[in-house]
Design a protein around this ligand. Structure first.
Ligand code: ADP
Ligand code: SF4
Length: 688
């Protein structure tokens, strides 16, 4: 039942010629599926519509081959042949009563046109945005006229593809309309450069022409980054950002406002912990326009949403990541199941998927991106088969997810955990500086398990093979995790690193278990190069340690470029005074110093320290699984399955996925699992 205090969230609202059924607005976000996997993309969006979102947008949708984002897979409307693929999405979204929106884009010099080989466009001559050996050409008047025609044509195609809302997009530093607006990208002397009125001209023309082309039946939205979050060095909401909104106030049917670049808009919880973190930048917009306003800020709590609407900050609750983590968020609020919301933890694994050019993944929602190819639904799972009981050993992310899904299927589930607290690495890593919201991974699942009558949970219960045998539960899932290596074996050294027993050697597990290094300088050696060593460096230096950070990588935590955090991480460590030693492998640990070797020259360097923290690789904890396989009569088990980090160490998202998949596959024959592994969208060879 809908609680009255949330009723404002379910009031319909007109957007130009169309009406949204409530205030939940899934703003554009990439899925990494786009034009290459249109069925998968449509199914992902359809689930959002089913989950109650009033508006479901697709992702940036290239309007022309001169905006070719290859190798990234976004939307595409280069010509009418792209319409049928997008029609899949609009039909699917309409089936569930939502409006479908398309984010038309010309990416200017953010696109490298690697596949189309078209010239790259920008307001002025400049390099291409990514490191490719190409420069963009300053658009002449004919180019600008062509761009306007392409946008108009794309809007017409979008309308015939069934979209209800059509975007003009000036944000994330990724689009030509924004590039024209920014003085540091636009040094033109003509009527498209110089004064703000001139720099805004292209946006005004695109808005007017889109309205003229499709405005009779489609709403025209304007997505605008009001602030670059670089102070006086960039556009500021208090200065030109506001002036732009004032100049165009009533022109679009909807203002979708945010901050730029993408790393600011999709800031992680590690660096932007507050829900609604964009409010201080965008709250002026509603005072300037009478048109509806949507904004984001990792909004997941209904009370916060209500207060944002009632206090006149926004009309629509915008969400990309919260809609990924829980596509049924609106539905859960509407049906009074607020505690069941799977809150986005702000980890940006979804963003990383797009940055790595693959279909979207989410830490909290393992079904994300799997709706079409595996037929997974975030809220539904097949009921149990003939078996009645299952034991899950280990209550980290994998064990918790597996137990939760098995319980949902209707099995009697026993969950045993060695530690006092359930949660495994979600709790341990969540105890580190900046990662507290990662604990929501376990909070959500523990809460769910507590609501069910068919789950028995035992903490402080380290299980042995004998214990498991005594329990005589025939189906056993082993989720015992992995531990960080203490011998230095990692990417750069396949053999143990020579060490003096007098030196204190720590691993992340020691730290997360509360064992602090002795006083004195601590050398963190990061051969993992993902995220954890950077977090630990931040954690220890903020606790007052003198930290030296050495890595074979040429920057800190290089993988976090995918989560849009790398620059922030390295900046933080530099500001904290952490000494960075980049491009060096660890070759020897002596009593008082470590020996490092340059990855290029092999020149050696000695570093004095009181302790060393090795972040290299993890070892799977399979002892229990191995013992069960060896000691017991194997026939005793109908199912014995290793899952999560114990099977293959990876991200928390991977552990959740593994636990989820194991629960879904339980009682399916191996042959069927392999047959159904996943569907693929194979390129048709006839007609184009
Ligand atoms: P994953 O990411 O795969 O879920 P974690 O390391 O987060 O892995 O969690 C593994 C959990 O399993 C930890 O909480 C650990 O305490 C627990 N565990 C490990 N061995 C046993 C055991 N023999 N009996 C019960 N729990 C165990
Ligand atoms: Fe949120 Fe992380 Fe899921 Fe992205 S991957 S939606 S940031 S929980």
């Amino acid at each position: 039942m809908l609680n009255d205090k949330y009723s404002v969230l379910f009031e319909p609202l007109k957007i130009g010629p169309v009406t949204a059924r409530n205030r939940f607005f899934q703003v554009p976000h990439c899925t990494g599926m786009g034009h290459l996997r249109p069925k998968a993309d449509a199914a992902t969006r359809a689930i959002k519509a089913e989950g109650g979102w009033a508006v479901v947008c697709n992702q940036e949708t290239e309007i022309h081959p001169s905006s070719d984002l290859t190798p990234f897979t976004e939307g595409r409307l280069w010509d009418s042949r792209d319409i049928p693929a997008l029609r899949l999405m609009t039909d699917a979204v309409h089936t569930h009563g939502a409006l479908a929106a398309v984010e038309l884009v010309h990416n200017g010099n953010h696109a490298s046109n690697l596949s189309s080989r078209a010239p790259v466009f920008a307001p002025s001559d400049m390099s291409v945005d990514s490191i490719v050996p190409k420069q963009a050409k300053a658009m002449d008047k004919a180019d600008i006229r062509a761009l306007r025609r392409w946008h108009r044509d794309a809007a017409r195609r979008a309308k015939s593809a069934g979209f209800d809302i059509i975007y003009v997009y000036a944000g994330h530093h990724m689009t030509l309309p924004q590039h024209f607006l920014l003085p540091n990208m636009n040094d033109r002397m003509d009527e498209y450069g110089g004064s703000l009125a001139n720099r805004v001209r292209l946006i005004r023309e695109l808005l007017e022409e889109t309205k003229d082309e499709v405005g009779d039946t489609c709403a025209v939205a304007f997505r605008f980054a009001v602030d670059e979050m670089s102070g006086v060095d960039g556009m500021q909401a208090s200065e030109e950002g506001r002036a732009v909104v004032e100049m165009l106030a009533e022109l679009p049917d909807l203002w979708d406002v945010n901050v730029s670049d993408w790393s600011n808009d999709s800031a992680t919880s590690r660096f932007m912990p507050n829900e609604g973190y964009q409010t201080p930048y965008i709250e002026f917009v509603k005072q300037v326009t009478t048109k509806p306003v949507v904004a984001v800020g990792r909004l997941t709590s209904p009370d916060k949403m209500v207060s944002m609407i009632k206090s006149g900050v926004v009309d629509f609750i915008g969400a990309a990541r919260p809609s990924i983590a829980d596509p049924f968020l609106p539905h859960k609020i509407q049906t009074g199941r607020i505690e069941e919301i799977r809150e986005c933890i702000g980890c940006n694994i979804c963003v990383a998927s797009d940055n790595m050019g693959m279909p979207i993944r989410c830490t909290q929602n393992p079904t994300m991106g799997e709706e079409w190819r595996r037929g997974w639904h975030p809220e539904q799972i097949e009921p149990k088969g003939k078996e009645t009981e299952a034991l899950v050993v280990g209550a980290g992310p994998a064990g918790l997810e597996c137990a939760m899904q098995l319980a949902k299927r209707g099995y009697e589930v026993t969950l045993a955990e060695a530690r006092t607290q359930l949660g495994g690495r979600a709790i341990l890593e969540g105890g580190l500086l900046g990662l507290s919201s990662w604990k929501w991974v376990s909070d959500h699942r523990i809460y769910d398990l507590q609501q069910r009558g068919n789950v028995k949970t035992f903490s402080q219960s380290p299980m042995t093979a004998q214990d498991i045998n005594d329990l005589a539960i025939p189906n056993v899932f082993i989720a015992t995790g992995a531990k960080w290596r203490r011998d230095g074996v990692g990417r750069s050294s396949r053999g143990p690193i020579q060490k003096d027993p007098q030196m204190t050697i720590l691993t992340p597990d020691d730290l997360m278990a509360g064992h602090l290094p002795p006083r004195g300088p601590v050398l963190i050696y990061d051969d993992d190069q993902i995220y954890l060593a950077g977090v630990l460096a931040d954690h220890l230096s903020s606790a007052g340690y003198e930290v030296i950070f050495a890595t074979p990588a040429t920057n800190v935590s290089p993988w976090t470029e995918n989560t849009l955090e790398q620059v922030r991480i390295q900046t933080t460590l530099i500001k904290r005074g952490v000494q960075l030693i980049l491009g060096k492998t660890l070759t020897q640990i002596n009593a008082e110093h470590a020996q490092l070797s340059c990855i290029y020259s092999k020149f050696e360097q000695h570093v004095e320290m009181a302790s060393i923290l090795l972040v290299t690789e993890r070892k799977r904890k399979t002892e229990l699984f191995d013992a069960l396989g060896e000691d017991l009569n194997h026939n005793h088990f109908k199912k014995l399955k290793l899952i999560g980090d114990a099977e293959a160490p990876g991200l928390i998202a991977d552990a959740i996925f593994s636990g989820h998949m194991a629960a879904r596959h339980f009682e399916k024959s191996q042959r069927n699992i392999e047959r159904e592994y996943f569907r693929r969208e194979i390129v048709a060879l006839e007609g184009n």
